[in-house]
Design a protein around this ligand. Sequence first.
Ligand code: AMP
Length: 281
Amino acid sequence: MKIIRTKSSLKKFIKDKKIGFVPTMGSLHEGHISLIKKSLKQNPFTLVSIFVNPKQFGHNEDYLTYPRVFEKDKEILSQLNIDAVFYPDVKVMYGHLESPQEILHTYVGYQKLENLYCGQYRPGFFNGIMFVVLKLLNLVKPMRIYLGKKDYQQYYLIKKMVKDIDLDVQVIGLPIVRGSGGLALSSRNQYLSHNEMVVAENIYRLLKRSKFWVASGRVFSSHTLKRKMMSEFKKQKILQIQYIEVVDKKTLLRSEKLKNVVILVAGFVNQVRLIDNIEIN
Ligand code: AMP
């Protein structure tokens, strides 16, 4: 497995290769691994990037403390037998910019959609993600990019960007990988104590129940569904819900109907922000 740290060696590596690309921020878990395994199956070459992107973290967020465990990640990746890992430092990615604000002049985003749901609580988050993903796509020039549907809004926005500006890459969205108790795997789960983990597992339990309420005709409108879910969440005091939204899978806008939608949930268990979702077809 090649470890690539600069743009020039990346350029040499990608030459004439058909690449499956998995962008990550490292601290790899089974969720990331599911994307990598899919790429290994579908492409002659698989490249994983590990980059904790400062542009997508807000001032009061965990950029500095985000888990960085490259040695461990490297071990996982070489066991998976991927071809290369792109592991640039911030200077390689952003060193040419005079100031962090400069990114704002190269604007990639979708005003309305990026300010909804997670975007409402994390200003600049999706702009930072879209910017770095577009940059990585230009550098890696992959045939396919693999994304997890755990970050549903992110997946939707990247897919939309690729389609809207005709980037020559196929976007593959893969299902959420969960722990044995149902909690969606996330690099931030390691901040949770055992008890908090048990509380956090209720998020998926309630998402499944909501889906059942819809399927069994107990609930007919998204308004009622959200109210019912919120009241259930409120009973569990440690879990602080930030938002529950029912959104149309095609437009990602709020939906009154309960068909072809995704229920998006974000909340805190103490200091740890968690997101999850469930699709209803
Ligand atoms: P991150 O390292 O958190 O930026 O995630 C990198 C990629 O892994 C993104 O496409 C995520 O959606 C995906 N991912 C993270 N957690 C999971 C999970 N539990 N199941 C599936 N994909 C995931």
